[in-house]
Design a protein. Sequence first.
Length: 141
Amino acid sequence: MSATADPVTEPTAPRPTAPAHSRWLWWLAAWAAFVLGLIGVLLPGLPTVPFMLLAAFCAARGSPRLRVWLERHAQFGPIIGDWEREGAVSRRAKRMASLMMALCSLVLALVATWIGWLLATVCMAAVAIWLWRRPEPASVG
């Protein structure tokens, strides 16, 4: 058995693109975005996908191992790839985001002041409009 890694089964992680003195800031930002994305899985109103996209962006500059893991992840990998290749968001992701924003707006209507509900709902509506204007991936299957 050879001591070198097989490039097909074990690709080398990309080298960080940030200067060495700022790499730790990118590493910290990548992991902070990743943790916020994980919290967003459980908490309506806190988005998961934007934080994972941010984590991938920051990891490319400070944490190559996290970047490779995110790219290979069954859920996050395709989303990251679609966004980076085409600036695209799948219809399923758009529907889920819109549904979660609507649910969040309903909860806020019950527990927040009317001005808080209105401001949050206007922001979420703006995000939904922007999101639905994004193209869908060409590789939809």
